[in-house]
Write a protein that binds this ligand. Structure first.
Ligand SMILES: [Zn+2]
Length: 316
C-alpha cells in the first residue's frame, strides 16, 4: 500500500470515528427522550424493508427508514443523521449481498459495538439466490423480487423482532400470518396476469439488472442495460448491442425505473429508432425503491402489483 493510500485510509477512519463521537456527544446532551422510550428502535435501509417491518409491527416499534422513495441503494451514502439513528438502534435490518455497498463499513462497526445488525439475505440459502459468477460467493442482491424469498425474509425478520420483544409475540405472529396471506394473494394475481403474456414476448428490457429473481420466478427473460450495480458505467457499445437485440427480436417495450436515471434508456430508445424500429409500449417500474409513502406503490405489495400490471399491459 503506498503512502497516499495509507493517508487516505487513516483520514477516512479518523473522520468516521470523529463523526460517531460528535454525534454521540450531541445526542447525550440534546435528546434524552429517545432513551426513555420503551419501544424497540428499529432502523431499516431500503424502502422495501421499512415497509416490511411496518407491516409486521405496526406502531408497536419505533421505526426509522434511512432511504426514501426513488433512492438508489447502490449509490446511497450515509449522512451524519443516519449515523446518529444507527448508533442508538436496538436492531438494524439491511438487505446485504452488497446492495448497500456504501453502508457496509458502518454496519461492520455497529456489529462490533454489539448492535443487532442483521442482513435479511441471511434468511436465504444459496439455493434461493442467483449466483453471479458460479462461485457461491457473489449473488444478485435484488432478492425481494422473489415472493418466496420475501416470505422467508418476513418470517425471519418477525422472529428477530420477537426475540427482542417477547411480550408482544402473539401480536407479531398474527401480523405475520396476515401478511403471508396477502403475499399469497399477490402471488395469485401475478400468476393470472403474467401467464397471459405469450412466451415469445416475455422479454423485459430495463435500466439495470434488478429483475433477475422476477424473471426466474415468472419465466421472463430479463436484460438490464446497466449491470447488477448502478455504480458501473455503460458504454456506447452496450447501447448498440442491446438496440440490435431489440430490433432483431422485435421486442415491443423498454422500461424505465424510478430509482435509476433514465439517461441511458433514452439513449437506447434513440439507438432503436435510428434502426427504423419503434417500441410500441413502455412503462415505469419500481426496482430498488418503493413509491412515495401513502401511495399504493409505497408498499411492497402495491409496488409489485404495479410492476406486474405495467409489464402485462406492455407485453401481452
Ligand atoms: Zn439494483
Amino acid at each position: 500500500m503506498n503512502g497516499k493510500r495509507v493517508t487516505t485510509l487513516f483520514l477516512t477512519v479518523s473522520v468516521s470515528i470523529l463523526l460517531i463521537f460528535s454525534v454521540k456527544c450531541r445526542y447525550d446532551i440534546a435528546d434524552k427522550s429517545q432513551k426513555e422510550s420503551n419501544l424497540l428502535k428499529i432502523v431499516t435501509t431500503t424502502t422495501m424493508l421499512t415497509d416490511l417491518v411496518y407491516q409486521l409491527c405496526g406502531d408497536s416499534v419505533e421505526l426509522t427508514g434511512l432511504m426514501g422513495a426513488g433512492v438508489d441503494p447502490h449509490l446511497y451514502k450515509p449522512t451524519e443523521g443516519d449515523v446518529f439513528k444507527i448508533y442508538y438502534a436496538d436492531i438494524i435490518f439491511y438487505n446485504g449481498l452488497r446492495l448497500e455497498g456504501r453502508l457496509d463499513d458502518l454496519f461492520a462497526k455497529m456489529k462490533l459495538r454489539g448492535i443487532n445488525t442483521i442482513a435479511v439475505a441471511d434468511a436465504l440459502s444459496a439455493n434461493d439466490l442467483i449466483s453471479l459468477d458460479n462461485t457461491n460467493t457473489n449473488f444478485d442482491p435484488h432478492i425481494w423480487f422473489s415472493i418466496n424469498n420475501w416470505k422467508s425474509i418476513a418470517w425471519f425478520v418477525s422472529q428477530v423482532i420477537i426475540e427482542s420483544d417477547k411480550k408482544n409475540e402473539y401480536y407479531y405472529l398474527q401480523r405475520l400470518h396476515n401478511y403471508l396471506q396477502q403475499l399469497d394473494s399477490l402471488d395469485k394475481y401475478n400468476r393470472e396476469k403474467l401467464s397471459d403474456i405469450p412466451l415469445s414476448r416475455r422479454v423485459l428490457i430495463t435500466a439495470h439488472d434488478a429483475f433477475g429473481y422476477f424473471g426466474k420466478e415468472w419465466d421472463i427473460e430479463v436484460i438490464g442495460l446497466q449491470g447488477i450495480n448502478t455504480v458501473s458505467e455503460i458504454g456506447a457499445r452496450d447501447v448498440r448491442r442491446l438496440a440490435d437485440f431489440i430490433v432483431k427480436r422485435q421486442i415491443p417495450a423498454i422500461f424505465t425505473e424510478t430509482s435509476v436515471s433514465d439517461r441511458n434508456i433514452r439513449a437506447l430508445r434513440e439507438a432503436v429508432r435510428s434502426r427504423d424500429f419503434e417500441v410500441t409500449a413502455d412503462g415505469t417500474l419500481f426496482s430498488d425503491a418503493l413509491g412515495a409513502p401513502g401511495s399504493i406503490e409505497g408498499t411492497y405489495i402495491g409496488m409489485y402489483r404495479h410492476n406486474v400490471t405495467t409489464i402485462w399491459q406492455a407485453l401481452k
